[in-house]
Design a protein around this ligand. Structure first.
Ligand code: KIV
Ligand code: NA
Length: 264
């Protein structure tokens, strides 16, 4: 199996083929999604919520994300592994961004990094790509800026559509190899996708994007509770784990596990 490279995603866009991306934070999910043929695995800063139990992505640190990224990059044979730069680790300057991104590549084996922001992140994206680090941009609703954006809301409705397009063009010009668009109206995201040479990856941005991404704990039902409208439920992993844990617990308490076949 040939590794997925950034140029493959570009070529898929040129051929009109779609590709898929999922989050992954550890070995077994990563290896399973790789086996399934998912092109891109994102070690998202959403690990803040899904691994570390925080309420937002803001508290997670580089030190917390590096080991997860290393686990994922070790566990795939084909997928492109993208390390997500956490809040505060790249916004200060292009130099800060470069030094952080280098750690994801050198210490954790990431094949690329992702950062949030459009026009204002052009210096960071330029510095990274010139320094040999492929960059995936992330525009539209950017969770690290939820307190600036005023909560989880669709970006690019009405007049602000021009802003999202300007961000998309800016990250392309700065050298990003792809761009995630989060919670952008489908018609705007489709229009941007047609205007860009680089692939777009939608999350809550409609079917007009070149690729799609979801957080697997949401899409496959490990996490319970309220889901965003853009999440489709493909499985109920929580129910499977809950039942397995209850069955095990009952067996232990009844003395029916371990049986003779599990005993030396
Ligand atoms: O951290 C994350 O999971 C993400 C995706 C939702 C794009 O940034
Ligand atoms: Na993220």
């Amino acid at each position: 199996t040939k590794r997925v490279r950034t140029h493959h995603l570009r070529e898929m866009k040129e051929r009109g083929e779609r590709f898929s991306m999922l989050t992954a934070y550890e070995q077994y999910a990563a290896a399973t999604f790789d086996e399934a043929g998912i092109e891109v695995l994102l070690v998202g800063d959403s690990a803040s919520n899904n691994v570390y139990g925080n309420e937002t992505s803001l508290p997670v640190t580089v030190e917390e994300l590096l080991p997860l990224t290393r686990a994922v990059s070790r566990s795939v044979r084909r997928a492109l592994v993208v390390g997500d730069l956490p809040f505060g680790s790249y916004q200060a300057s292009a130099e800060q961004a470069y030094l952080t991104a280098v750690r994801f590549m050198k210490e954790a084996g990431a094949h690329a990094v992702k950062l949030e922001g459009g026009v204002e992140m052009a210096p960071q994206i330029e510095r990274l790509t010139q320094g040999g680090i492929p960059v995936m941009a992330h525009i539209g609703f950017t969770p690290q800026s939820e307190h600036t954006l005023g909560g989880y809301r669709v970006q690019g409705r009405g007049e602000t559509g021009a802003r999202v397009l300007a961000d998309a063009l800016a990250v392309q010009e700065a050298g990003a190899f792809a761009v995630v668009m989060e919670m952008v109206p489908g018609d705007i995201a489709g229009e941007i996708t047609r205007r860009l040479r680089i692939p777009t990856i939608g999350i809550g941005a409609g079917a007009g994007c070149d690729g799609q991404v979801l957080v697997w704990q949401d899409a496959f039902g490990l996490r319970q509770g309220r889901m965003a409208r853009f999440v489709k439920q493909y499985a109920d992993v929580h129910a499977v784990l809950l039942q397995a844990a209850r069955d095990y617990d009952a067996d232990v308490k009844a003395g029916t596990f371990p049986g003779p076949e599990h005993t030396f």
